[in-house]
Design a protein around this ligand. Structure first.
Ligand code: NAD
Length: 463
C-alpha cells in the first residue's frame, strides 16, 4: 500500500538543497486508470497505422524542441547537472523521438520459403501496454530512450520517473498532450517505489522495462515473473577503460576523465575503473590527476565541469564506500572529500583511488560519484581477467595502437558495448545499448530497441 498517495513531495535542487517544485504521488487507482486508458488507446485503429505513429512522434519532438530552454533549465535544477549537459540532453531527447518516428513504418517481417503449397511470413506485433520505470540521472533522455521505440512500434506507455527526477517527465507528458498524441497512449505517473510496484503488478501491463539499480531491478523482475510478464532490465555498471602501454595517452586521458565525470559520475555507463599496464601506471595516473585538478565544480547553472550529487543519501553512500576502500588498503591519490566553500550542495571532489585490487567492494560496485578506481595488469590475459572480474558488464573501452590486440580484447570482454580507442559517442542513439551479467538483459537504443518492443508472429498459409 502506498501511504503517500495523493500527497505532494518536493523536487529539490541538489546545488542548494532547497525545494523548488512539488510533485504529486499518484494513487493506486490512478495508476490502474492510466493502464486502462493505455489499453484502449493502444487498440485503436488509428494507432495501428505506422504513419500515424510516426507523425505523432515527430510532432512531440517539435513540441520538446520548442521548449528546449525551459526543459534544460528544469533538468539542470532538478538533477544538478551542468546546464550545457542538460541542453545536450534535450537535443538527444528530441533526436530519440525523431529517430524512432522514422522507424515506425520500417518494421519489416520476413517471408520463409516452405516450398510449393505454402506461403509463410512473419510480422512484428507490439506487446500492448508497456510499463517503464526509470531512474533520476537522465530523466528526459531515459524517458525518450524507453518511450520513443515502444510507441513507434505500436505500444502504449505508462512511465514512472524517479521521485528524484520527475519535473521534466511531467512537462513532457503535458507536451505529449498538447501535441495531440492519442489520449491515454503515453502517460507519466509520478511517485515513489510503491507507484512502480503497483504498475508492474497490473495484470493489463504486457511488458515491463526497468532502468535503475540491480537491487530494485531484481524486485521488479520477481514481481513481473509472478504473472509471467516479459521484462527488460537496464541496470548499473562498473565499466573499465583498459589501457595498454602502447596506447595514445594524449587521446586516452581526456576521454578517461570525461567518461568518469559526466553527470558527476552518476551515469550507468561511467568509466569508473581504470585498468592500466603497470609500465605506464604512474605516468597515466599523473596525467589524469592533472586534468582532474583543473576541473571546475559548482552549481549546474554556472556550467561547471562537475555539479553536485543528487542527494545526501547518495553522497553519504559514496563516502562510506571510500572509507571502506581506504581501510582495505586503497590509496587516495586525489580528492575523496567535499570541496570547501560549496557546503550548500552535495558536492564531491573528483577522486582517484590507486592500489585497487579485484574482490574489493570499490572494484566491484558502482559508487555513482566522481570516483575512479585504478588497478594494474602485466599481460593481455590479466587485462581481460580484470575487465571481467566484476558482476557487471555494461560498457568497456580498450586503448592500444596494436589493432589486433584491441580486437582480441574486445572479443573477450563481457560488456554490451565495447569501444576501441574511444569511450562513447555523442548521443549514441543508433547503437544498441544494454548489459551482460548483472547489468541486465534486453537492448535499448538503435534498431534493436524496436525489436525489443515487438513480438514475432508467424503466419503460415497452406494453399
Ligand atoms: P533505483 O533502482 O533506486 O530506482 C529506479 C526506479 O525504480 C525509480 O523510479 C524508483 O522510484 C523505482 N522503484 C523503487 N522501488 C521500486 C519497486 N519496488 N518497484 C518498482 N519500482 C521501484 O535507481 P536510481 O537510484 O533511481 O538510479 C541509479 C541506478 O540506475 C544506477 O544503478 C544506474 O547504473 C542505473 N541506470 C542504468 C541505466 C542503463 O541504461 N543501464 C541508465 C541509467 C541509470
Amino acid at each position: 500500500m502506498n501511504e503517500l498517495a495523493g500527497a505532494e513531495f518536493d523536487a529539490v535542487d541538489p546545488s542548494t538543497r532547497q525545494p523548488f517544485a512539488s510533485v504529486r504521488e499518484t494513487s493506486a487507482d490512478e495508476v490502474d486508470a492510466a493502464v486502462d486508458a493505455a489499453r484502449s488507446a493502444q487498440r485503436s485503429a488509428a494507432w495501428r497505422v505506422p504513419a500515424n505513429r510516426a507523425g505523432a512522434l515527430h510532432l512531440l519532438a517539435r513540441a520538446i524542441e520548442a521548449r528546449a530552454d525551459e526543459l534544460a533549465t528544469l533538468e539542470c535544477r532538478d538533477t544538478g547537472k551542468p546546464i550545457s549537459q542538460a541542453r545536450a540532453d534535450v537535443t538527444v531527447t528530441v533526436r530519440y523521438f525523431d529517430f524512432y518516428a522514422g522507424l515506425a513504418d520500417k518494421l519489416l517481417g520476413t517471408s520463409i520459403p516452405l516450398g510449393p503449397g505454402f506461403v509463410d511470413f512473419t510480422t512484428r506485433e507490439p506487446w500492448g501496454v508497456c510499463a517503464q520505470i526509470i531512474p533520476w540521472n537522465y530523466p528526459m533522455q531515459v524517458l525518450a530512450r524507453c518511450a520513443a521505440p515502444a510507441l513507434a512500434a505500436g505500444n502504449a506507455v505508462v512511465l514512472k520517473p524517479s521521485e528524484l527526477g520527475s519535473v521534466t517527465p511531467v512537462l513532457i507528458d503535458q507536451l505529449a498532450h498538447a501535441a495531440r498524441l492519442p489520449e491515454g497512449i503515453f502517460k507519466v505517473v509520478t511517485g515513489h517505489g510503491p507507484v512502480g510496484e503497483r504498475l508492474v503488478a497490473n495484470e493489463h501491463v504486457d511488458f515491463v522495462t526497468f532502468v535503475g539499480s540491480a537491487a530494485v531491478g531484481r524486485k521488479v523482475a520477481t514481481a513481473a515473473a509472478g504473472r509471467l510478464a516479459p521484462v527488460q532490465l537496464e541496470l548499473g555498471g562498473k565499466s573499465p577503460n583498459v589501457v595498454f602501454a602502447d596506447a595514445d595517452l594524449e587521446r586516452a586521458v581526456p576521454a578517461i576523465v570525461k567518461s568518469l565525470i559526466q553527470n558527476a559520475g552518476q551515469s550507468c555507463s561511467a568509466g569508473s575503473r581504470l585498468l592500466v599496464e603497470s609500465s605506464v601506471h604512474d605516468e597515466l595516473v599523473q596525467r589524469v590527476a592533472d586534468v582532474m585538478r583543473g576541473l571546475s565544480i559548482g552549481p549546474g547553472s554556472n556550467d561547471p565541469d562537475l555539479g553536485p550529487l543528487i542527494s545526501e543519501h547518495q553522497i553519504e553512500r559514496a563516502e562510506g564506500m571510500l572509507r571502506r576502500a581506504v581501510s582495505a588498503g586503497v590509496h587516495v591519490e586525489l580528492g575523496g572529500v567535499r570541496p570547501e566553500g560549496l557546503e550548500d550542495g552535495w558536492y564531491m571532489e573528483p577522486t582517484i583511488l590507486t592500489d585497487v585490487v579485484a574482490g574489493l567492494e570499490i572494484f566491484d560496485e558502482e559508487v555513482f560519484g566522481p570516483v575512479l578506481s585504478v588497478s594494474t595488469f602485466a599481460t593481455e590475459e590479466q587485462a581481460v581477467e580484470l575487465a571481467n572480474a566484476t558482476p557487471y558488464g555494461l560498457v568497456a573501452a580498450v586503448w592500444s595502437r596494436d589493432i589486433s590486440r584491441a580486437h582480441r580484447v574486445a572479443a573477450e570482454v563481457q560488456a554490451g558495448q565495447v569501444y576501441i580507442n574511444g569511450y562513447g559517442v555523442a548521443g549514441g542513439i543508433e547503437l544498441p545499448f544494454g548489459g551482460m551479467k548483472r547489468s541486465g538483459f534486453g537492448r535499448g537504443k538503435g534498431v534493436e530497441a524496436m525489436y525489443s518492443y515487438t513480438q514475432i508472429k508467424n503466419v503460415c498459409v497452406v494453399l
